[in-house]
Design a protein around this ligand. Structure first.
Ligand SMILES: [Zn+2]
Length: 216
């Protein structure tokens, strides 16, 4: 079994399954929950704690970064119970990975886990993106090996996206098969599911694609 992994988990379907798979592969998992001012932060935080309890993950770090201070998307601005199609948050994945990398590097290094999958779309969830981040980490690791005396010397970090070959339907099926589905929280809005936001629609579609309506 490999050593240590840091899973960026929001309590949604993708990051929950990625964390579940990482738990089988790594001897130690640290769950990293990011509070970035999103409307659904309270619901996500509850989901993460319940999921970690079921998976017997005891180390949960809640990291705050005030993206809502500059973001103008519907995920942070306006009525907390409503989210419209203005859902793009600037460089969200890059910020999350950077925070996780900093945390991991300071804590002895290890593998970062993300839930990117086939149904995400976009460069910052692609295999190419993951590969390029890994090149960046490798170069940083090499450079650190040149410095004596720093506690960061010898640390190595990598990024792993175990769901790159999964679509939403497969993710939903795996979650259900492992009693995790009902613990996840998907909606972008507070007090969801709203049934209208992009996240709710994708969750719904993961079931209708094989003919049955799943629990919300
Ligand atoms: Zn919703």
């Amino acid at each position: 079994m490999k050593d240590k992994a840091y899973s960026i988990i929001s309590g949604g379907m993708d990051s929950t399954l990625a964390t579940f798979l990482a738990k089988k592969k790594y001897s130690q998992i640290v769950a990293l929950f990011i509070d970035w001012g999103q409307k659904s932060v309270d619901e996500e935080w509850i989901a993460v704690q319940e999921i970690c309890a079921l998976l017997e993950i005891n180390e949960i770090e809640r990291i705050e970064v005030p993206i809502d201070k500059w973001d103008k998307s519907s995920l942070t601005q306006g009525d907390r119970k409503e989210v419209d199609d203005n859902f793009m948050v600037p460089e969200r994945n890059l910020v999350f990975i950077s925070l996780a990398a900093s945390y991991a590097r300071a804590n002895g290094g290890g593998c970062l886990i993300v839930g990117f999958n086939k149904d995400d779309g976009g460069y910052d969830t692609s295999r190419e993106f993951v590969d390029q981040i890994n090149v960046f980490f490798e170069k940083g690791t090499k450079e650190l090996s040149c410095y004596n005396g720093t506690y960061l010397r010898g640390t190595k970090i990598t990024l792993e996206a175990p769901l790159l070959g999964y679509d939403k339907k497969k993710i939903a099926e795996e979650l259900k098969a492992n009693d995790l589905y009902n613990l996840t929280y998907t909606c972008y809005a507070a007090k969801g599911p709203c049934g209208k936001c992009r996240a709710c629609k994708k969750r719904e579609a993961s079931f209708t694609s094989y003919g049955s309506k799943g629990p919300t």
